[in-house]
Design a protein around this ligand. Structure first.
Ligand SMILES: [Zn+2]
Length: 397
């Protein structure tokens, strides 16, 4: 019996999570003698959620593992690439292209899109939070709002979108990081006295765990922050404010007040972390008010998906397309200076950048050739670096 309502790796790999209409499509094509029909199909999106200006492609590594060993060719933007739904001339940008016998991969459309759509939404949202936070600390706190089977995927997506650390054991293991966290209200309530709880934490935790006291359990944040600073002295690394929305009022004012009271007693070194219902806008406001770090959860872990679709654009060597899509294989040319793209028919000459006039380069790189991986899959830290470099050159979304 299935204990958790999730598909196993084996089920995903054999396309058990596909939509039944692809199974029927396969059967019809086989019976019509079209088993050898070769097609090219491309992944595009018509728009981004909430009118975002840009998206970041993610889920490429899992897509490679999904399609590995199927005799097809796959090309994609590198994971962590900033993209736009359309190039500046209004042509949809293919972010990933599959070519081969349609029967070999038609069952994989559903899981392929699921891998790309959700991870790309989370990474894009995480990157927006990173842009709002500047160089301040970002912790991924959102796994409790999603199915636990997804915790490693969510934490990885937060990290490559620019977060510094993640809270889950499995996510940290996947990333090769130490999991990070402070202390929950339950520790303080279980012990029944906040000062005793902070001191017990300090007494029992290894030295390398930063002492960050949660300071909003029984009294107001200012009072508890001072109590924590006096109780732990130089050992206190920071305080965390996780004020519930029903009590929050003006959260930025509370942060300013805590900073002021700590500073006026000589605790300038104590950092202020905030969490609870944060998004890019509130992170920007609280950063300005003096917060040093942010635990961000639901807005990122449950970010809207980017609604990619897979469409056949060439069949039997001829350009084809349904209404609203453009037929034929294409090349996407990127100006690395302006981060803008131009889509052209395949095999054409690369255009100069329409904005700055510099050379452009093709963005769709070979990922699988006849089912074999032909690109080294980068480490999460390298993907994160790629995201951060591009973030410096895109506007807030
Ligand atoms: Zn340019």
């Amino acid at each position: 019996m299935r204990k958790f309502h999730t598909a196993t790796d084996e089920e995903i790999k054999k396309a058990a999570t596909t939509d039944v209409y692809f199974v029927r499509t396969k059967e019809v094509l086989e019976k019509e003698g079209l088993s050898d029909l070769r097609v090219t199909a491309e992944v595009t999106t018509g728009s981004l959620p909430r009118d975002w200006n840009w998206g970041i492609l993610a889920g490429v590594e899992e897509t490679a593992h999904l399609l590995e060993s199927i005799p097809i060719n796959v090309f994609s933007f590198p994971e962590g690439t900033v993209f736009h739904p359309h190039d500046h001339a209004g042509i949809r940008e293919p972010v990933l292209v599959v070519e081969g016998r349609y029967l070999d991969f038609c069952l994989y459309e559903t899981p392929l899109l699921g891998l790309l759509c959700q991870a790309s939404g989370i990474v894009t949202m995480a990157a927006q939070v990173r842009k709002a936070a500047g160089s301040k600390t970002l912790l991924s706190f959102g796994i409790r709002r999603a199915h636990p089977a997804l915790a490693p995927m969510i934490d990885r997506a937060c990290y490559i979108g620019g977060f510094d650390t993640v809270s889950s054991l499995a996510g940290a293991e996947l990333l090769g990081l130490e999991p990070t966290g402070t202390m929950p209200h339950s520790l303080i309530v279980a012990i029944g006295d906040q000062v005793r709880a902070w001191k017990s934490f300090h007494k029992h935790m290894p030295k390398n765990v930063p002492r960050v006291a949660l300071v909003d359990t029984y009294f107001d944040e200012k009072t508890e922050a001072i109590m924590a600073a006096e109780a732990l002295g130089d050992d206190l690394y920071g305080v965390r404010l996780d004020t519930p929305s029903s009590r929050k009022g003006n959260f930025a004012e509370i942060v300013r007040e805590v900073r002021w009271e700590l500073d006026s007693r000589g605790f300038n070194r104590v950092k202020i972390f905030v969490s609870g219902g944060l998004d890019p806008k509130s992170v920007g406001e609280l950063s300005e008010a003096g917060a040093d770090g942010f635990g961000v959860g639901t807005s990122v872990s449950n970010a809207p998906t980017i609604d990619f679709a897979l469409d056949i654009v060439e069949a039997g060597g001829k350009p084809v397309a349904k209404r609203g899509k453009l037929g034929g294989k294409k090349t996407v040319w990127r100006c690395d200076n302006c981060l803008i793209e131009q889509v052209r028919p395949e095999n054409g000459q690369g255009p100069k950048c329409s904005r700055c006039g510099r050379e452009t380069r093709p963005l769709l790189e070979p990922l699988l050739k006849n089912g074999q991986l032909v690109r080294e899959l980068p480490k999460p830290s390298a993907i994160r670096d790629r995201v951060l470099q591009q973030l410096e050159r895109v506007p807030p979304t």
